[in-house]
Design a protein around this ligand. Structure first.
Ligand SMILES: [Zn+2]
Ligand SMILES: [Zn+2]
Length: 255
């Protein structure tokens, strides 16, 4: 029987290979990487994933990397930065002489693509002045999830999220950020969703679960209910999870 499973990594920020290990996955088990945008905190460990995927491959296995326009140039620059290391590894292991095998695809809003057997739809997000930026819808109606990167609510995100089962959104605590006397920190408020904005998007879309992630600031232990309270405009399940939190779309069980 054909399997419907694929291990898809959305964004590739710091420590991602360690987190994969925590999830019981080796880099070679990643079916593909999908990038929402090229801010450093979303791509800074792509080099580690490319390298470890490559050196763990016992047969030539392409790593599919999908992202917005600019992804190809970023991957080329990453490979250039890693050229010394790549040379060392080829010098030591003759069977690695072809170098990392990558399949890099740039997508635009409204386009679909596949990672393994999984079809994924891209939609535009608003994270200006960072452009272009994308969110992604994975799966079919009853078991679909939208992974949004950074950004404020917008019509195209609403359209992508509408009727999905779960919506994963990066969020900031406006009330806490405003307490910090730093103009540069205040600047982040105008291009990230607050918890309340994420809740409003989830409510308009009619999703079953809102999954908060990429918190600013990181929730201190015991403050999870404060985050949920800020999302009170949403009637469904609000998941305030730490790294490696899981959500079963069939049962909506959080692990
Ligand atoms: Zn970010
Ligand atoms: Zn960003």
């Amino acid at each position: 029987m054909a399997t419907r499973s694929a291990n898809i990594l959305f964004d590739c920020g710091r420590g991602v290979v360690l987190r994969l290990a925590g999830a019981g996955l080796l880099p070679i088990m990643v079916s593909g990487v999908v990038l929402t945008h090229l801010h450093s905190d979303h791509v800074c460990d792509l080099n580690d994933l490319i390298t470890t995927h490559w050196v763990m491959s016992t047969t030539p296995t392409a790593l599919r990397i999908v992202g917005p326009v600019g992804t190809k140039a970023f991957v080329q620059a990453t490979l250039a930065a890693m050229a010394t290391d790549i040379g060392y590894r080829i010098g030591h292991h003759d069977d690695l002489r072809e170098g990392p095998l990558l399949d890099v695809v740039e997508v635009h809003p409204g386009e679909t693509f596949a990672i393994g057997v999984q079809e994924i739809l891209a939609g535009a997000t608003d994270h200006r002045p960072v452009e272009p930026t994308l969110a992604y819808r994975v799966g079919e109606d009853e078991q679909s999830v939208v992974i949004a990167g950074d950004g404020v609510p917008c019509a195209s995100l609403d359209e992508l999220v509408r009727g999905a089962s779960a919506y994963v959104q990066t969020v900031i605590r406006e009330d806490l950020v405003k307490l910090v006397p730093s103009a540069r920190l205040q600047d982040i408020l105008d291009y990230h969703s607050t918890v309340g904005q994420a809740a409003a998007t989830a409510q308009r879309a009619g999703v079953k679960a809102l999954v908060l992630t990429h918190y600013v600031p990181a929730p201190v232990p015991g403050s999870e209910q404060e985050w949920r309270d800020l999302a009170s405009g949403f009637d469904g399940i609000v998941v305030v999870g730490s790294d490696l939190t899981s959500l079963d779309l069939a049962t909506m069980a959080v692990g």
